[in-house]
Design a protein around this ligand. Structure first.
Ligand code: HEC
Ligand code: HEC
Length: 325
């Protein structure tokens, strides 16, 4: 259990409330007696329910597992270049706030509920990854589990696991090519507070993408809607802009993004300009919650692919099939 002090306080409060309720039975004044019993019983029930939920959350948090795949990354110059492109346009939004891949940013601060801290890890050799095998890094990206078997909460919510096998290998090749930089980030990186654990126990937090152990491939890279569909399968647009890209909904844990149907009225250049400058076609600056700095590093071909996909899709369809077979 991570928040041990909070938990002990909660147990103490729950026991004290039961005790107070029993004591109240001895009061002479009837109003005070029954009022006291009722209040103590109600508060005790809340404290015990919270405790049960937090314990269930704690069990869930340690229940994610997947095998470590056998992979050996060659690290060819082509792989490193491709890996850098994916890292810059995607992973960097969370892992490069203070320097290339040096981590340190607390994603918990951007979530819509204060459920804990989730410190994006330093992915350079100054972080924990220098002791990990290529297979362990692959498993972290694909299935959100660290080398010790802990659930990597945010990683299991991102769509990093939908990157094709080849693209995941390229990302690892690039990470391995980086020099050490920055300092060691929190290990383990996640700290769910009691509210977070209780919400997890109650099923109010997303459970993480299902574990997937098969192979994934990508369509040929080009300025096409089908390549755009692949990009949107691993980019997290839907986490913020909604499952149907028609706008996030109150109650979702990720920051709420607007309906992307607006892009229908834009042309290719408007779209590329918005993603590269953070200014929409009317000149209005987008908030920093929209990761345009990272997304804008995609090359023209990729941005056009995303644009074509947004033009081609039917915003009225609610169920969207992911790229995962
Ligand atoms: C939405 C933000 C976000 C994105 C995008 C993201 N990460 Fe992470 N990553 C995190 C956070 C936060 C952690 C800390 C553990 C957790 O909560 O998952 C983490 C942990 C990791 C770890 C485990 C390291 C350790 O020390 O335990 C690896 C490896 C990793 N990320 C690689 C990547 C790669 C590679 C990409 C891009 C393909 C990526 N991440 C994209 C937020 C993100
Ligand atoms: C972490 C949450 C998040 C992610 C991930 C995200 N967005 Fe956004 N996006 C936002 C927010 C919030 C805004 C609103 C910014 C504003 O209006 O200040 C926004 C705005 C936009 C806009 C401008 C819309 C307008 O009305 O001007 C476009 C276009 C857009 N996002 C496209 C994308 C695409 C495409 C992706 C994925 C490749 C993506 N976003 C990923 C949060 C996100």
């Amino acid at each position: 259990m991570q928040d041990l002090v909070g938990l002990l306080l909660l147990i103490t409060a729950a026991i004290a409330l039961v005790w107070l309720g029993i004591r109240a039975r001895r009061l002479r004044n009837r109003v005070l007696k029954w009022g006291g019993i009722f209040t103590a019983a109600a508060l005790a029930a809340v404290a015990w329910a919270f405790l049960v939920l937090a314990s269930a959350g704690n069990i869930k948090q340690h229940g994610r597992s997947a095998p470590i795949p056998e992979v050996q990354i060659a690290g060819t110059p082509d792989q490193i270049l491709r890996g850098q492109a994916i890292v810059d346009s995607f992973c960097a939004a969370c892992h490069s706030k203070y320097g290339p891949l040096t981590g340190g940013m607390d994603i918990g601060k951007d979530l819509t509920a204060p459920v804990g801290s989730f410190i994006a890890s330093n992915l350079t050799p100054a972080g924990a990854l220098s002791d990990w095998s290529d297979g362990e890094i692959f498993r972290a990206i694909r299935n959100g589990i660290d080398a010790k078997g802990n659930w990597l909460t945010i990683m299991s919510y991102t769509n990093a696991g939908k990157l094709s096998d080849a693209d995941t290998h390229a990302v690892i090749a690039y990470i391995r090519s980086r020099p050490p930089a920055g300092s060691m980030t929190a290990q383990p990186p996640d700290h769910l507070n009691l509210l977070g654990l209780a919400m997890l126990g109650a099923g109010l937090l997303p459970a993480g993408n299902p574990v997937f152990t098969g192979h994934l491939s990508a369509p040929p890279k080009g300025p096409t809607a089908s390549y755009g569909e692949y990009i949107l399968s691993y980019q997290d647009c839907r986490a913020c802009h909604g499952a149907n890209l028609a706008g996030g909904v109150p109650g979702q844990i990720a920051p709420i993004g607007p309906n992307l149907q607006v892009v229908r009225d834009w042309n290719k250049d408007d779209f590329i300009h918005t993603m590269r400058t953070g200014l929409d076609p009317t000149g209005r600056p987008l908030s920093e919650l929209m990761p345009w700095r990272a997304l804008g590093t995609m090359d023209d071909e990729e941005l056009i692919a995303v644009f074509e996909y947004l033009q081609a899709r039917n915003f009225a369809v609610t169920a969207e099939l992911g790229h995962r077979p």
